[in-house]
Ligand binder design. Structure first.
Ligand code: HEC
Ligand code: HEC
Ligand code: HEC
Length: 286
């Protein structure tokens, strides 16, 4: 009876090892084919618009880098008054990281601040740069874990939930649907050129221009103060599409195909490299 029990227990033990090994193997193979991103603590949002009036977190970061540079330069020159001033600023900003996001306290090398204070007080200029180099490792560790995701979450516009107004009726169309329409228009023109249907291709230009017009009105939702970025992209279509129309009238197949390609790169792909990639990535965090 007890032998059976022992056999049973040891059998279970073997099975449980087998399961845990296979679970380990699964995680190992999974981790080889997946990318894991860490999400910053929610409290970080408090230090960004719209929760805050300013991008407090980001500006603290810019100051930290400036302060390190100033301390390095002034310690090399032995300028005590300036060194004291910038080291005090640095200490305050560095400590503020944990005040803003307490969950990130462990990233900080707070003991290095005492080393810094002592080195400044004792005018030990030659050790400053080494202390700052060591402290800067803490910057790197946190950046490796969170910088990209934080930039995406708090400073990149998301487009998937946006709408575009169509024409005078003001009817709204989802951003993605507008994109699919644009894609169909460009592809239809491409197919017509390839098959020698020049008149049809020519007729398809106007609807494409209209779709682009609706799209460009929507850029102003965010770019109202500076029109140059929008002009750079949407303006290209205003010269390239009439040039395409001309080539189609002349039934110039290869040049027309080339012009359409140029349009796709300068208008569609350019905007995608700026706005689509971050928007697609940001969608992961919703
Ligand atoms: C505990 C986390 C953490 C620590 C420690 C940290 N940072 Fe950052 N840092 C961030 C995050 C998150 C961002 C991304 C902010 C954004 O893009 O809006 C960032 C962004 C920055 C940027 C902006 C980069 C750019 O060009 O857009 C600078 C500069 C910077 N950090 C400097 C520093 C310095 C210098 C230190 C160390 C003295 C430091 N940071 C320590 C989290 C941290
Ligand atoms: C704002 C600049 C911008 C311009 C100009 C632009 N796109 Fe897009 N496009 C985007 C963004 C942003 C997305 C991702 C939308 C999202 O996040 O859902 C996108 C997505 C797409 C998609 C994928 C849609 C889906 O649902 O899978 C296609 C296809 C597309 N665009 C085609 C085009 C074509 C073709 C052109 C040029 C005629 C063009 N786009 C011009 C910004 C732009
Ligand atoms: C949801 C808000 C939003 C919309 C809508 C939007 N943008 Fe942007 N765009 C931004 C932000 C934020 C930046 C980065 C800061 C900046 O340069 O203004 C940016 C940057 C850019 C840049 C790079 C900056 C430069 O000077 O070249 C271009 C180009 C651009 N946008 C074009 C467009 C075009 C074209 C459209 C419409 C088809 C558009 N954007 C629609 C928010 C938006």
């Amino acid at each position: 009876m007890s032998r059976i029990l022992i056999q049973l227990i040891s059998a279970l033990f073997v099975i449980s090892i087998a399961i845990s090994v296979s679970a380990d193997q699964k995680t190992a193979s999974e981790s080889a084919s997946t990318i894991t991103l860490k999400k910053p603590p929610e409290i970080l949002a408090k230090w960004y618009k719209p929760a805050n009036k300013r991008q407090v977190w980001l500006h603290t970061m810019f100051r930290l880098r400036r302060e390190i540079l100033a301390m390095n330069d002034y310690s090399a020159k032995g300028k005590q008054a300036e060194l004291e001033k910038w080291s005090q600023k640095f200490i305050k900003d560095y400590q503020s990281i944990a005040e803003m996001v307490p969950q990130w306290q462990d990233y900080l090398y707070l003991d290095k601040l005492d080393d810094l204070k002592n080195a400044v007080k004792n005018k030990d200029y030659s050790s400053i740069s080494m202390i700052l180099k060591k402290t800067s490792k803490s910057c790197m560790h946190c950046h490796d874990d969170y910088q990209t995701v934080a930039t995406l979450m708090f400073r990149s516009p998301i487009f998937s939930k946006r709408f575009i107004s169509e024409g005078f009726s003001g009817e709204k169309i989802a951003y993605d649907d507008n994109m699919l329409q644009l894609s169909d228009s460009v592809n239809r023109i491409n197919i017509a050129i390839k098959d020698g249907y020049y008149t049809e291709a020519h007729e398809l230009i106007e609807p494409l221009e209209q779709q682009l017009e609706h799209l460009s009105t929507s850029c102003g939702d965010c770019h109202q103060e500076d029109e140059i970025p929008v002009e750079r992209i949407m303006g290209a279509s205003q010269s390239l599409l009439p040039e395409l129309a001309e080539l189609l009238e002349l039934k110039e197949q290869r040049p027309a195909g080339g012009k359409l390609g140029e349009f796709a790169v300068k208008v569609c792909a350019k905007c995608h490299s700026i706005h689509r990639l971050p928007s697609d990535l940001k969608f992961l965090f919703d």
